[in-house]
Design a protein around this ligand. Sequence first.
Ligand code: HEC
Length: 76
Amino acid sequence: MMKTSGCSVCHSIDKKIVGPAYKDVAAKRKGEQDALEHAVRNGSKGIYGPIPMPANPPTKIADADLHDLVVWILTK
Ligand code: HEC
């Protein structure tokens, strides 16, 4: 899912690429499931550094997949 939605171009579990490592997201945003889904859907900037994340529209990732992916990220 990570790969088909293009997330892995910028993210990995334990290494910063363009975006923060999912481990760092999980540590910083524990319990913020809804806020994270919103951030991935609409884009996010200024939380981890100067590089913004572009919005990820439903054509890229469906609501149910986005939900499952954020649940998974928060277990890292
Ligand atoms: C073009 C590169 C890029 C792509 C593609 C990308 N991201 Fe990101 N992502 C980033 C950057 C950069 C940030 C940090 C933004 C910030 O500092 O606020 C980020 C932040 C995040 C965060 C943390 C947001 C927050 O508010 O704490 C999550 C979760 C996340 N990305 C998940 C995803 C998922 C899931 C996908 C695939 C659907 C994805 N990203 C695709 C670059 C990307």
